[in-house]
Design a protein around this ligand. Structure first.
Ligand SMILES: NC(=O)c1ccc[n+]([C@@H]2O[C@H](COP(=O)([O-])OP(=O)(O)OC[C@H]3O[C@@H](n4cnc5c(N)ncnc54)[C@H](OP(=O)(O)O)[C@@H]3O)[C@@H](O)[C@H]2O)c1
Length: 348
């Protein structure tokens, strides 16, 4: 039974399920995932009714794209997004799967940033070849901005703007090669900068609008509402801590590193309220972001079929209105953050 609601993506004409599949995990993010397990994970998601999958060349230097393409090729009605901004140069010296840029992938390529007109067209073409697909629906400019590039951000900004990167994306859309484009980033400021250059169909915003932080309400989300730009929420668990909670021990992950004491203290506060209301923390994290009208989809990282099953259960879990009210009252949720209007039925 497909009980996942669908939402539109900007003005692209695309509809996606509000719960989608984040395929960074399928690039062997932090730990290897066997081919069969990767295939089982994405098949389970598609069988559960998810119709949106996000991947990128960066995710295991092509590994995630290969796995995603193989799984969706014969499926009708699946919306695929991938990303531009990194080209993969062959490198025969890579012969093992030791961790590189966070991924345990054996793919023999070395990543090179390129946000220029030609770089973006080439990246799109290469992605189609790796995916083995005739088309992708959405392209996001991946990790433009200071969060990733620090002092080099200006150089890449020039490539994207005066170097014609954004024009290349508009050209692909005008020619019908893609339905829409935007950016995929972990920071707010660069979203506003790019929106001033060109209207975007969608922004994949990772970790910056979650149960843990809502600064995007100040400027970005109002700007998206005005422009008709959809938000796709990446990293809804802030890379782990909102899924695992704080009680399990071990290293707690926040923004792809160890969580700070301040973050742990805030999550503990949210957990205490969740416990009082019998709410599971990751269920709240998933459902919270979907209450915002600009959000088209939330795409947690799902590395196994078991995670997909758990996630469907979290998506369907009933959450009492009093839980959200208490979070607000305790100052653990911004008062202006939309909250889920109704509780869901728990159905199997
Ligand atoms: N710049 C960008 O465009 C950008 C940046 C970041 C993310 N994204 C997108 O967002 C997607 C999701 O982000 P993400 O995977 O980095 O972060 P995330 O979804 O916030 O967190 C993933 C982590 O949470 C754990 N997890 C997931 N479900 C769980 C559950 N039910 N119980 C316990 N742990 C659970 C996973 O553990 P296991 O590995 O053990 O399952 C994994 O370590 C990515 O796949 C990508 O598509 C885009």
């Amino acid at each position: 039974m497909n009980d996942i609601a669908r939402r539109t993506v900007g003005r692209t004409g695309l509809t996606v399920t509000e719960l989608g599949f984040g395929a960074a995990s399928l690039g062997n993010l932090y730990h290897p995932v066997a081919d069969a397990d990767a295939r089982a994970a994405i098949e389970a998601a598609l069988d559960a009714g998810m119709t949106y999958v996000d991947t990128a060349p960066h995710y295991g230097r092509g590994l995630s794209e290969r796995r995603v393409g193989d799984a969706v090729r014969t499926r009708a009605d699946v919306v695929v997004s991938t990303k531009v901004g990194r080209l993969m140069d062959p490198d025969a010296s890579i012969t093992d799967d030791r961790e590189r840029d966070g991924f345990r992938s054996p793919m023999p390529f070395r990543m090179r940033y390129n946000y220029s007109h030609d770089g973006i067209l080439r990246s799109h073409e290469h992605s189609l070849q790796r995916l083995g697909l005739g088309r992708v629906d959405l392209l996001y400019v991946h990790d433009i901005g200071g969060y990733t590039h620090g002092d080099a951000a200006g150089e890449y900004w020039e490539q994207l703007t005066r170097g014609g990167g954004l024009k290349a994306l508009a050209r692909l859309r005008d020619e019908g090669a893609i339905a829409g484009f935007g950016i995929g980033v972990n920071e707010i400021a660069v979203c506003l900068d790019v929106m001033r250059e060109m209207p975007l169909d969608a922004i994949l915003l990772a970790g910056r609008y979650t149960l843990l932080e809502q600064d995007a309400l100040d400027m970005l989300l109002p700007a998206c509402a005005t422009a008709g730009t959809s938000i796709v929420i990446g990293g809804p668990y802030n890379s782990g801590i909102l899924a695992t909670g704080t009680k399990g021990g071990g290293v707690l992950h926040h923004d792809y590193g160890p969580a700070s004491d301040a973050v742990i203290a805030r999550v503990r506060g949210i957990e205490a309220v969740a416990d009082r209301h019998g709410v599971r923390l990751p269920a709240a994290a998933l459902q919270f972001v979907l209450a915002h009208p600009s959000v088209a989809s939330v795409i947690p990282g799902l590395g196994s079929a078991a995670r997909v099953d758990q996630t469907m259960d979290l998506y369907r879990a009933a959450i009492p209105a009093d839980f959200w009210a208490e979070l607000r009252h305790e100052g653990l949720l911004r008062a202006d953050a939309p909250i889920p209007a109704t509780t869901k039925e728990t159905t199997a």
